[in-house]
Ligand binder design. Sequence first.
Ligand SMILES: C[S@@+](CC[C@H](N)C(=O)[O-])C[C@H]1O[C@@H](n2cnc3c(N)ncnc32)[C@H](O)[C@@H]1O
Length: 363
Amino acid sequence: MTVTVDNRGKALRLALAAKFADDGALHDKRWRQAVEEVPRHLFVPAYWRLGPDGQPQRVERDDPDWMVGAYEDAALTVQMTDGVATSSSTAPSLMLRMLEALHVDDDALVLEIGTGTGYNTALLCHRLSSQQVVTVEVDAQLAGAAEARLNMLGWRPAVRVGDGALGAVGTRRFDALIATCAMPDIPAAWLTQTRPGAVLVVPVGSGVVRLVRYEDGTAGGRFEAYPAFFMAARDAGSSGSVPYPGEPDATQDRPTSLDPHDAADDHFAFACSLVLPHTAWGRTFGPDGQVASVRLWDGEGSWADVADGTVRQAGPARLWDRVEELWDNVTDDEGTPPARYRYGMTVTSDGSTVWLDNPGGTL
Ligand SMILES: C[S@@+](CC[C@H](N)C(=O)[O-])C[C@H]1O[C@@H](n2cnc3c(N)ncnc32)[C@H](O)[C@@H]1O
């Protein structure tokens, strides 16, 4: 198969690959070659990135910054639905860390969930071959555009439209699975469609779990050390965002000793993202740059506002009660929350369980 090489942006790609190698995001020379040769700019013909005013700014092909922006190590939003980002090209260094974590052999058959722009699919096709890649995207329009770009460059992976939670059937059971949308848990179908020994690399909460599928059909593994903020898996046509509760009605107020700034710490927020997966967080900052208040809401009518030592809560779930309980369970005597790599996950036919330090370690 002939793969068309687009030499525009070549110097930017070489520089990006060299930076990733220096930063420790890239070790394998075959993945490095993929970064050097796959033209990311062709997968992001227009994108939004944060402008100097902190607002999303659309960058199109005729913008002088477009090409350079395409090779920044940043997530580039490519689709907005009702003001919410619903598809992006993931930050390349994060993609590379996840791809390397798959530890693929040359003959591996890989299932990718969340085709998006098709850039990551192209990296997989470059490292393996088109015949070894199946990719699933919930949004038919995105899938069609990604497939057209891949085909234009000479790659013809199987691009399927559907809910990635249902997985896909390959020519044989998959050796590896990578998801690029955040999952609330690991779907049962992924375990039946992968072979024993297969590796699954999946965003869960604000982290990435690396699981090994065992002989008995269960899976287990630990979270990677780095943070990851993927958009949540969604149904076709939805934005996947958690609806804001609007103005609160019935409330319960009480004092709280958990400071919003401590609760917003990245490591603790990760633990919260595991235990309260469908809960959105908003925060405000004080003049000292510290988090002054937080608001949590779960889209089911429950919310909590925390500021000045008081929590106001309403709805069927007491969200802040759960956050406080989690704080007591996971932090050490100095109030330091554990890093991501200390958490793990076990998946059985009964569902997915996250744990701290060892299977059975409760959160
Ligand atoms: C972060 S983007 C994809 C990034 C992709 N790796 C790339 O390089 O462009 C996540 C993608 O997952 C898709 N997605 C969300 N929910 C999904 C689901 N249930 N099944 C399959 N794809 C889904 C979104 O439409 C979006 O395109």
